[in-house]
Design a protein around this ligand. Sequence first.
Ligand code: UDP
Length: 495
Amino acid sequence: MAPVSLTKQPLPPHFVLVPLAAHGHFIPMVHLARLLAARGVRVSLAATPLDVARLRGFADQAAHAKLPLELVELPFSPADAGLAPECQSADKLTEDSQLLPFLSAMRALRVPFEAYVRGLAPRPSCIISDWCSPWTAGVARSLGIPRLFFHGPPCFYSLCELNATVHGLREQIAAAGDDQETHVVPGMPVCVKVTKVTAPGFYNAPGFETLRDEAMEAMFTADGAVVNTFLDIEAQLVACYEAALGKPVWTLGPLFLHNRDDKAMALCGISSTTAVDQRAITAWLDEQAAGSVVYVSFGSVVRKLPKELFEVGHGLEDSGKPFLWVVKESEAATPEMQEWLDALEARTAGRGLVVRGWAPQLAILSHGAVGGFVTHCGRNSLLEAIAHGLPVVTWPHFADQFLNERLVVDVLGIGVPIGVTVPVRMLDDESMPVSRVDVVRAVSALMDGSEEAMDRRRKATEYGESARELAWPWRKEALRMRTRHVSQKTSCSLE
Ligand code: UDP
């Protein structure tokens, strides 16, 4: 009989993850949670009741796969910040003015979070919290727990943000007075020009000063950073960011490639009623030529008014290209808009599909019929486009999106700008910076067979290959063959 060892097995490390309650922030952290758990780390994902409910399917799937992953529900009171009880996540906000109270309500999570962590024995090995959730810093410090911050944007953005702070760009811009004047972001290895309204910083608006100071302080006092990017797209920028930050930066992206459970992730969707039929979408895509369809989506938060939706729809129709356009449930809610979308689909029957609600974006992007993406430059959507080898039309709206645009257009060379230079508010902005003519021009430039378009496509294909080889090295050869097959078919269909 083999001797029985009486030595106690060491416990696995225990990581507590704290996302911000906004899809663009919590989705990549959910992928990170799964990645860590798959490596044997015990993971506790602390979230608001709504996000915990949305993640139930994901957690069940993780339990089924015997992964050491649990959800921790933190009581969340939007009413204490003067908000309606349903304002439990950024997608539930209906006015821009609710953003500050919402973030204040998130900040109040510190109390239940500290109580939860204090109750853990032994103490967790590490806390990883979103850059926008700096309130975890005090808890980690008081309990002596190492803390990393998670930053979703590419290092291109994060380095701009850091340099802007360290070198006083904000003060320089304020002193200049003229909103249209361009300023070079100091300390960047590439030339990056911004205006007052596109300058880096999540909390630049008046009233957000305390949040900004807390976030900066939490960034500088963290033990390191986890970033959703990968070296093949920005090795030099990552190195510069790590040097400027003076602490380790782990590039674990694209995180979504480590979690292909689309069904469980679909449950992270905005609404339980938007069970868009993935099979119907796939069947429609199956009918289209390889690489011919332009996918159009503006993420989880941006909400367009009818007059802007009309311009998008007419532009797609006039472009003559096959398109798959995601219109949010809230945008398509009125009978008039439903009717208009029905008419658009009838006029473009066979080459146009409007998905109303939460779309299975990863499944769509990975379909061989999709050949380009009109995106608001949300950090996740861009990374998903890059990892799927897709060139993009860039239509930034706010926050990091203008600098994300610069990365894909100027540095990576895979983007066609739609031409906006001024941010719009998140919800129901009145301004109309883009017309149907802009949509036609940009979509045509993206999808035609010109030398420039093919060059963008070739570069995008290479980035996509390297992202997937990084995540799935054992599938290297299979992927190379598939990509070659798709690009051969694509070049034929774009004649
Ligand atoms: N997403 C999706 N279906 C939709 C809209 C968005 O799956 O109909 C996902 C998308 O794949 C991405 C995230 O939601 O992972 C949106 O994040 P992003 O940073 O692109 O934009 P945000 O929503 O933060 O503006």
